[in-house]
Design a protein around this ligand. Structure first.
Ligand SMILES: *[C@@H]1O[C@H](CO)[C@@H](O)[C@H](O)[C@H]1NC(C)=O
Ligand SMILES: *[C@@H]1O[C@H](CO)[C@@H](O)[C@H](O)[C@H]1NC(C)=O
Length: 132
C-alpha cells in the first residue's frame, strides 16, 4: 500500500512536470506533430476532431518530419495543400492514410514528406476492432 502510494505520487510529480519526450497516448484524434524525426524540434500534441480539416500552424507547415497518431482506431490523411485547397494531382495530394501502425510516422523524411504537409484530416477506422 505504502509502496504503491509512493509510486503514484512519483508518477504524478513526473507527469505534472511534463515530459519533453513524446509520450504515449491513446486518444482518438490525438496526433503528435513535430519539426524533426523522433518527436524532436517544435512539437504540438492535440486531440483533433474527426472529419474536420486542420491547417498546420506556422511553426509546422511544410516542416513536419514527425506525424504520429495515437494508438487508437483512427487514421489521418496529411495533405499537400491547405484546407479547402484545390488538388490538381491525380494521386490525390495526400501521402495516404497514416495511423498508429504507420512505420515512417517518426521520420517522414524516409518517404520524402517532411517538407510537404500543409493540412490534414482524421477519420474513424470503422474496420478496426473496437474491443480491448
Ligand atoms: C530520417 O530519415 C532520413 C532519410 O532516410 C535519414 O537520413 C535520417 O537519418 C533519419 N533521421 C533519424 C533521426 O532517424
Ligand atoms: C483500420 O484498422 C485495421 C485493423 O486494425 C487495420 O488493419 C487497417 O490498416 C486500418 N485502416 C486504416 C486506414 O488505418
Amino acid at each position: 500500500m505504502f509502496l504503491s502510494t509512493t509510486l503514484n505520487s512519483l508518477l504524478f510529480a513526473f507527469l505534472a512536470q511534463g515530459s519533453p519526450l513524446p509520450s504515449e497516448h491513446n486518444r482518438i484524434g490525438g496526433v503528435l506533430i513535430c519539426n524533426d524525426p523522433n518527436g524532436q524540434g517544435h512539437c504540438e500534441y492535440t486531440v483533433y476532431e474527426l472529419e474536420k480539416c486542420y491547417d498546420l500552424p506556422p511553426e509546422l507547415v511544410n516542416n513536419a518530419a514527425t506525424f504520429a497518431p495515437d494508438d487508437a482506431p483512427f487514421y489521418c490523411y496529411p495533405y499537400i495543400m491547405e484546407c479547402g485547397g484545390i488538388c490538381t494531382s491525380p494521386t490525390g495530394c495526400t501521402m495516404g492514410a497514416v495511423n498508429y501502425e504507420y512505420e515512417h510516422k517518426f521520420n517522414l523524411t524516409e518517404v520524402g514528406w517532411n517538407k510537404y504537409i500543409t493540412s490534414f484530416e482524421c477519420h474513424l477506422n470503422k474496420t478496426a476492432d473496437a474491443s480491448p
